[in-house]
Structure formats: structure tokens, C-alpha cells
Design a binder for this molecule. Structure first.
Ligand SMILES: C[C@](O)(CO)[C@H](O)COP(=O)(O)OP(=O)(O)OC[C@H]1O[C@@H](n2ccc(N)nc2=O)[C@H](O)[C@@H]1O
Ligand SMILES: Nc1ncnc2c1ncn2[C@@H]1O[C@H](COP(=O)(O)OP(=O)(O)OP(=O)(O)O)[C@@H](O)[C@H]1O
Length: 315
């Protein structure tokens, strides 16, 4: 039986600006996304029947049809019925290391790994942009998870421009295990408070997205200037999540008070918060400082590194 092991990295948002709304109910975004070394492992094995099965070691992750990895396999079966008939179903085993419902694209990166893995398992020979297009059907963050590295994402997050990869940048990542924030809630609440300032006409939306392309954060990334990147971290969704979740605000303040932290920000729709550091040693000191300030076992803390890849085939 053929099988593949894939590494599926989490992402953080270095920049997230909500610039408008869309007829499909989503939002027009201008984001900069970054893959990190914190990753799930996805094992794919050809099944002897037509069944798609998901196994996961994390109690919060359902393994039924609601799992994004399941939906990715189902999408591949629907798009490539001949290959599905020829090669059969697939067993998907998710080893979860990425915190769930954290703003780190955990489900999205699992789905991206299943797309990449089934492409191999069924000898489809899809290009990266074909895989990204399939990913966009499953969720806004999935195309980036296929591509990985550092990228500008516009539209609803699915239109990508790859930037030069960033190396040797470390983060400390914190998340309260029992705290979850719904992405749909975060966008809906943002719309209710700030929707009146959305850009309405198409030309101005394009101009705003282009301004981000040539803006300070992209320049800082091109210069690999970590201090400048740290100063330019931005996330509009903080405006709704921080007031509603005091624990996230507290995390942000504790990170900001640590020596060795260059900048701190919530990732995506939260509730995870990250701090940028110049070296692994400094990140470990920050991790220790935050652990002493918050000895609560519910708080998960990780040190991770920026990586330049998306889904990687381990074997
Ligand atoms: C918060 C981020 O993670 C930042 O990277 C993404 O914008 C969200 O990506 P995602 O979880 O893959 O999002 P999806 O699964 O496509 O959408 C989840 C929900 O978020 C809202 N949503 C998402 C993306 C977008 N551009 N506008 C939205 O309003 C919609 O209410 C949608 O129902
Ligand atoms: N393979 C999966 N891994 C994790 N969660 C999943 C998966 N499939 C479905 N889910 C569900 O999706 C919801 C969001 O979890 P996920 O970890 O993907 O959030 P997230 O990191 O906030 O995603 P994003 O940053 O893309 O918005 C949870 O309620 C979870 O149960």
C-alpha cells in the first residue's frame, strides 16, 4: 500500500488589514502571511476500499465530514472521479501539534497537506497553482498553506504574491488551551463596528491592496530587517478580539513587557499571540519570562522559527 508522510506548517499573520466587504459575505483583505516551524504531521495511506477516513490524536478535533482534511479528500474524489475509482479511498492520520481554533490555520494546513498528498498518491501531477485553486474552494487560508513561506495575500486571502523567504527569525507563541475564537464571529463583529469605513469602489480597493504591496512592511521583509518588521506588525482583528477577550489583551501586554521582544501581535482571528525575537536564545528567555508571569497550565507556549516552505513531504 502506498503512503506519504507530510509536514503541514502553521501560519502567522504579520499584517492583516480589512479593506472592504464582498458580495459573497467575505471581506477584502490585504495580508502578509508567514509559515512557521510549528507543524502537524499528516500520514496518508491508500485504503483498500473507497472510504475516506480521518484519525486524529487531539480530543477537540472531530474526525467526521466536518474535518477540513476529510473535506479536502472528498473534494479530490469529486474533482478526479477516475483516479478515485482507480486508486480507492484514503486513510488520513493527523498528529496535532498546532493549537486548535487559534488563528494559526491548523485545519487549513491539514487540508493543504491532503491535497498535496492525494496528488502524489493518485499520480495526478497537478501544478502548485492548480492545488492552490482547489485549496481556495475549501477555505481562504488553504492556498497560502499549500504555497508557504512569506506571501502577500489579497482578495479574501486566496490571491498570493510570494516574497523572499525570511530566515533566522524566531517567535514565542502563546495560546490558552481552553480559549477559542470563531473566525466568522471576529469578522462579523468587525463589520458591525467598522463596516461604515470600508472602501466601496473597486478602483480604490485595488489601489489600497497595491499600496500594501509597495508599503513599509514589504520593504522591511525585502531588507530582512526584523526590527522594522516588528514595528510594522498590524492586525485589524485585534480591535474586536482584544476588548472581548481580556486574557488575549493580558498576554499581549505581558509579551510587550519582556526584554528581548521586538514586537508582539495577535495572529489571524486569535486567540494566539506571538512575539518576534532576534534569536532562539532570546525567544527561550521570553518563553521562560512569560511562564513565570503566567504559571497557568492552561497556557500553551511554543518557540518556533520562520520557515520558507509550505507542505513538505517527509517520506
Ligand atoms: C483570519 C485568517 O485566518 C487570517 O489569515 C483568515 O482570514 C481566515 O481564513 P479561514 O479560516 O481559512 O477562513 P474561511 O474558512 O474561508 O472563512 C471563515 C469565516 O471567516 C470570515 N471571512 C474569512 C475570510 C475573509 N476574507 N472574509 C471573511 O469574512 C467568513 O465569515 C467565513 O465564514
Ligand atoms: N483538521 C483540522 N484541524 C483542526 N481543526 C479543525 C480541523 N478540521 C476542522 N477543524 C475545526 O475548525 C475549527 C477551527 O480550527 P483551526 O485550528 O483550523 O482554526 P484556526 O487556526 O483559527 O484557523 P484559521 O487561522 O484558518 O482561521 C475548529 O472548530 C476545529 O474543530
Amino acid at each position: 500500500m502506498r503512503s506519504y508522510t507530510l509536514i503541514a506548517p502553521a501560519k502567522i499573520n504579520l499584517y492583516l488589514e480589512i479593506i472592504g466587504d464582498r458580495a459573497d459575505g467575505y471581506h477584502e483583505l490585504a495580508m502578509i502571511l508567514q509559515s512557521i516551524s510549528l507543524a502537524d504531521q499528516i500520514d496518508l495511506r491508500a485504503a483498500s476500499t473507497q472510504a475516506i477516513r480521518v484519525h486524529c490524536d487531539h480530543p477537540q478535533v472531530l474526525t467526521d465530514k466536518s474535518n477540513l482534511a476529510y473535506r479536502a479528500a472528498e473534494l479530490m474524489a469529486a474533482e478526479f472521479p477516475d483516479a478515485y475509482a482507480k486508486y480507492g479511498g484514503v486513510d488520513i492520520t493527523i498528529t496535532k501539534r498546532i493549537p486548535v481554533a487559534a488563528g494559526l490555520a491548523g485545519g487549513s494546513t491539514n487540508a493543504a497537506a491532503v491535497l498535496v498528498g492525494i496528488d502524489l498518491l493518485w499520480n495526478l501531477g497537478l501544478t502548485q497553482s492548480e492545488l492552490e485553486e482547489l485549496g481556495a474552494i475549501l477555505g481562504s487560508d488553504v492556498p497560502f498553506c499549500v504555497a508557504g513561506g512569506t506571501a502577500i495575500a489579497t482578495g479574501r486571502g486566496e490571491q498570493l504574491s510570494t516574497l523572499a523567504g525570511l530566515n533566522n527569525i524566531y517567535i514565542v507563541l502563546a495560546k490558552y488551551r481552553s480559549l477559542e475564537v470563531s473566525t466568522a464571529w471576529a469578522y462579523k463583529t468587525y463589520r458591525a463596528s467598522f463596516g461604515s469605513s470600508y472602501i466601496k469602489d473597486k478602483a480604490s480597493l485595488t489601489a489600497r491592496a497595491e499600496a500594501v504591496h509597495s508599503g513599509g512592511m514589504v520593504k522591511a521583509i525585502l531588507h530582512q530587517d526584523v526590527k522594522e518588521i516588528a514595528e510594522r506588525l498590524h492586525n485589524d482583528l485585534e480591535k474586536v478580539v482584544l476588548p472581548a477577550y481580556p486574557q488575549v489583551l493580558q498576554l499581549r501586554e505581558i509579551f510587550a513587557s519582556q526584554e528581548n521582544v521586538l514586537g508582539t501581535m495577535m495572529s489571524g482571528s486569535g486567540p494566539s499571540v506571538f512575539a518576534l525575537c532576534e534569536s532562539k536564545q532570546q525567544a527561550e528567555k521570553v518563553q521562560q519570562g512569560v511562564r513565570e508571569a503566567i504559571p497557568d497550565e492552561d497556557l500553551e507556549l511554543f518557540v518556533a522559527e520562520f520557515v520558507t516552505h509550505g507542505i513538505k513531504i517527509a517520506s
